[in-house]
Write a protein that binds this ligand. Structure first.
Ligand code: PEP
Length: 657
C-alpha cells in the first residue's frame, strides 16, 4: 500500500474518502467532532502540498434517499472553522454541477461532496457511480479506515478508475496498530461482542474462533443464541431466520474448544420507554411481556473476571441498550473491566468508545479505533476490501515488471463490434489475471466499453490525448474527458500520428505531461523508420525521441509511464523485428532511462514491443530480458489472437522469472 507522501498530489485533484459519520443531536448539531479532527492531519498535508481536495463521506443511513437532516452541510461549517478556510459544499455527490465544481477547484481549495449514501449506488458499489466519483480526479486517498470493511463505491469501486492511490494518516495509524495487535496477540485472548444482530457479526465470530480463547456475547444478539437453544425469551429481539445459524456457531465453538459465553442473568423491562418496572432474572422462560435490555450483575461479574485476567481483549458493541441510561449499566461495568485489564485492550465502535469516555477511562485503553465493524473484521481477516483495493492495479515502486498487453484498435470497429470483441476478452479474464490487459477502442465505443468492463481488471486506453483540458479545440479529446470515459491509459506518439497528423516530439512531450498530470498512464511510443534503420541511425533516432518526449518529466512521474518500442517498418506490415533486434533496442532504451532516472527506476520501467506481434512470435519476443509486453495492432482486432498473445506473454514471463 502506497503511503500519502509517496503520491504526487501537487496541483492535482485528490479524492479524499474520510469518515465524517459524526454523532448528531436531535437538532442536527454535531455532538462530537472527533472524527472530523481525526482527518485533519491528512487534509492539512494535502493543503500544504497545494492539492485540489475533493472530500467525501457518508453520514448515517439515509438508504439511498436525500434526507435533509443527514446533509453534510453542518460538517462543511465545522471543517471550515477547524481549518480556518472556506470549504465549498457540493449540492450533490456526482452529476454535472459537481463535476464543474471539481474542475473549477484551484490548488488548496476544498470541495465537500454531499452525503455519499444519498445514493444507493454507493452501497451497491455501482461501477457507473464509482466512475462518476472518480471523474476529473487524479488521485485517491483513503483515510476512512472505519469504512474499509465495506465494498462500497467510494471505498472500493473508485479505485478501479483512479489509478494512483494511497492511505491517509489515520488509516495508516489504525492498520499499523491493529497489525501489531495481531502479530503480538498474547493469550488468554478474549473478544467481547455486543450489538443487536447476529447477522452483522457472523463472519467475524467465525473468524475470531480461530484466534481467541473466549467470546463473551452481550446485547440483543445474545437472545438469538439463547432462543436457538430452546429457551423462551419473551419479547426480546430475536432474529428468527438466524436461529439455525446461531446453533451452528455454538456447535463450531464447541468443536474448536472456544469458550462461548452467553449472559447468565438479564435485566428485563416491559417497555423501552418506561424503566420503572425492570427486573433481573436468571431463569427461563422470560415473562411473555418482557424483553431483555441489559446484562445482569452475575454476568457482569463473570465477564469482568475473564476480562481482567486476559492478556489481549478486543471489544465491539454495547452489552445492553446503551443509549438509554437505565439500560447502560452493564456496558459501563464492562468498560470499567476493560480499562482495569492490564493486557492489551482494543476497542472499536461508537458505543463501546462512548462507554469508556463517559467513565473518563479512555486513556486506560491501549487503542481506541474509530472503526467498529472494520476493526473487528480486520482482526478476524487481517485484511479489508478497502485496503486491498488500495493495492490492486497499482504496483508500488519498485515492482516486478508484470506483463502488459495493450490492444490498439485504431480506426476499426463499430460500437456493436467493439462490444462483442470486449465480451470475448472478458470471457478469458481469469486466464489473463497475471497480466495487465489494456484495450484502446475508438473513442465512439469507449462509453459502452466501460459499461461492459464494469468491475473487471481490463483497463481502457484512449488512442491519443490532447494537452489542453477544455476549450475550442475541435476534434480533440482532453485528459479529463478520457478519465470521464473511464480511460486509465492513453497512447501517445504512435507512429501513425507522427506520420499522418503532424505529431512532433514536442507535441508528444506535451501530451505525455498532460496525461501524467491527470493520473493517466501514457503509453509513450518511439521507433525508427526503415530508412533510418538502414542508415544505421536507429539508436540515434530513439535517443532523440526519448529525450524530447520525456523532457521535463520528473523521476516521480516517470514511474507511471509505459514505453512502447515500435519500429515503424514492422507496424502493420507483417514484418516483425527479430527477438534480437527488439531486445537490442529495448536494452538501449533502458540504458537511456538509467542515465536519466537512475538504475532503480530504469529497472522497473515497462517497455512494450509493437510491430506485427502475433500468437506465433509473442513467446520468443517476450522471453527477451527487456521486453515486458506488447502493443498490438492488427492481432488485437480479433478476440482469439489477442487472448493468445496475452497468454503467451504470461507463459514466457513465468519462465523468465
Ligand atoms: C500498432 O499499431 O501499434 C501495431 C503494433 O500494429 P500491428 O500489431 O498491427 O503491427
Amino acid at each position: 500500500m502506497l503511503q500519502l507522501e509517496e503520491l504526487k498530489v501537487e496541483g492535482r485533484t485528490v479524492f479524499l474518502r474520510v469518515d465524517f459519520n459524526v454523532p448528531l443531536t436531535d437538532k442536527g448539531e454535531i455532538r462530537s467532532d472527533a472524527r472530523i479532527r481525526a482527518a485533519l492531519p491528512t487534509i492539512r498535508y494535502l493543503l500544504s502540498r497545494k492539492a485540489k481536495i475533493v472530500i467525501a463521506s457518508h453520514l448515517g443511513r439515509p438508504k439511498g434517499k436525500v434526507i435533509a437532516d443527514l446533509s453534510l452541510l453542518p460538517i462543511a461549517g465545522r471543517l471550515s472553522e477547524l481549518l480556518g478556510q472556506e470549504v465549498i459544499m457540493a449540492p450533490d455527490v456526482v452529476g454535472p454541477e459537481v463535476y464543474r465544481l471539481k474542475m473549477d477547484l484551484k490548488p488548496g481549495d476544498i470541495l465537500l461532496l454531499e452525503n455519499l449514501r444519498f445514493r444507493s449506488e454507493e452501497t451497491d458499489n455501482d461501477p457507473e457511480f464509482a466512475r462518476q466519483l472518480g471523474q476529473g480526479v487524479s488521485c485517491f486517498v483513503n483515510d476512512a479506515f472505519s469504512s474499509c470493511h465495506r465494498s462500497h463505491a467510494s471505498v472500493v469501486g473508485i479505485t478501479r478508475f483512479v489509478y494512483e492511490k494511497a492511505a491517509g494518516y489515520l488509516l495508516r495509524k489504525e492498520v499499523e496498530f491493529l497489525k501489531k495487535a495481531i502479530e503480538g496477540a498474547q493469550k488468554p485472548y478474549v473478544a467481547i461482542l455486543g450489538g443487536s444482530k447476529v447477522s452483522d457479526k457472523i463472519a467475524v465470530i467465525e473468524n475470531l474462533m480461530n484466534k481467541v480463547d473466549s467470546i463473551l456475547i452481550g446485547g440483543a444478539m445474545a437472545y438469538t443464541f439463547i432462543n436457538a437453544q430452546g429457551y423462551a425469551v419473551g419479547r426480546s429481539f430475536v432474529e428468527d431466520d438466524k436461529l439455525a445459524l446461531a446453533r451452528s456457531l455454538l456447535q463450531k465453538a464447541k468443536e474448536k474448544g472456544v469458550n462461548f459465553y452467553l449472559p447468565q442473568d438479564h435485566l428485563l423491562t416491559p417497555s423501552l420507554e418506561d424503566a420503572s418496572h425492570t427486573r433481573v432474572v436468571d431463569t427461563f422462560p422470560f415473562p411473555a411481556d418482557m424483553m431483555a435490555v441489559d446484562i445482569g450483575p452475575k454476568t457482569v461479574d463473570l465477564y469482568s473476571w475473564i476480562i481482567t485476567r486476559a492478556k489481549t481483549v478486543i471489544w465491539n458493541g454495547p452489552l445492553g441498550i446503551f443509549e438509554k441510561e437505565a439500560f447502560a449499566g452493564g456496558t459501563l461495568k464492562i468498560a470499567e473491566a476493560v480499562a482495569i485489564s492490564t493486557g492489551t485492550t482494543i476497542i472499536g465502535g461508537g458505543d463501546s468508545e462512548a462507554a469508556v469516555a463517559k467513565l473518563g477511562l479512555s486513556n486506560k485503553i491501549t487503542h481506541i479505533s474509530l472503526g467498529g465493524g472494520a476493526t473487528l473484521e480486520y482482526l478476524a481477516n487481517e485484511t479489508l476490501p478497502g485496503l486491498e483495493a488500495l493495492d490492486v492495479g497499482f504496483r508500488r515502486f519498485p515492482h516486478p515488471r508484470v506483463p502488459l498487453v495493450a490492444g490498439n484498435w485504431k480506426m476499426n470497429k463499430t460500437i456493436a463490434e467493439s462490444k462483442s470483441l470486449l465480451e470475448g476478452i472478458l470471457a478469458a479474464e481469469t486466464e489473463l489475471k497475471d497480466a495487465d490487459v489494456v484495450v484502446a477502442p475508438p473513442y465512439t465505443a469507449l462509453t459502452e466499453a466501460e459499461k461492459i468492463l464494469g468491475r473487471s481488471s481490463i483497463r481502457l486506453a484512449g488512442q491519443d490525448v490532447f494537452w489542453e483540458d477544455r476549450g475550442a479545440y475541435t476534434g480533440e479529446v482532453s485528459p479529463s474527458m478520457l478519465l470521464d470515459a473511464g480511460c486509465r491509459y492513453c497512447i501517445v506518439g504512435h507512429s501513425e500520428r507522427r506520420q499522418h497528423f503532424g505529431e512532433t516530439d514536442e507535441t508528444v512531450n506535451r501530451k505525455v505531461r498532460a496525461a501524467l498530470t491527470h493520473g493517466i498512464t501514457p503509453i509513450f511510443c518511439v521507433g525508427e523508420s526503415l530508412k533510418e534503420r538502414e542508415q544505421g541511425k536507429t539508436m540515434e533516432v530513439i535517443a532523440l525521441q526519448v529525450h524530447a518526449g520525456l523532457a521535463g518529466v520528473e523521476a516521480e512521474e516517470f514511474r507511471f509511464i509505459v514505453t512502447a518500442y515500435e519500429p515503424i517498418w514492422a507496424i502493420g506490415t507483417g514484418k516483425t523485428a527479430t527477438a534480437d533486434q527488439a531486445q537490442g533496442v529495448h536494452s538501449f532504451i533502458r540504458s537511456l532511462f538509467k542515465e536519466k532516472y537512475g538504475k532503480g527506476l530504469a529497472g522497473c520501467a515497462i517497455i512494450l514491443y509493437g510491430g506485427s506481434v502475433n500468437p506465433a512470435n509473442a513467446f520468443s519476443l517476450f522471453k527477451e530480458k527487456d521486453i515486458d509486453g506488447f502493443l498490438v495492432g492488427g492481432a488485437s482486432l480479433e478476440t482469439g489472437s489477442f487472448v493468445e498473445i496475452s497468454k503467451e506473454a504470461i507463459k514466457a514471463y513465468k519462465e523468465k522469472k
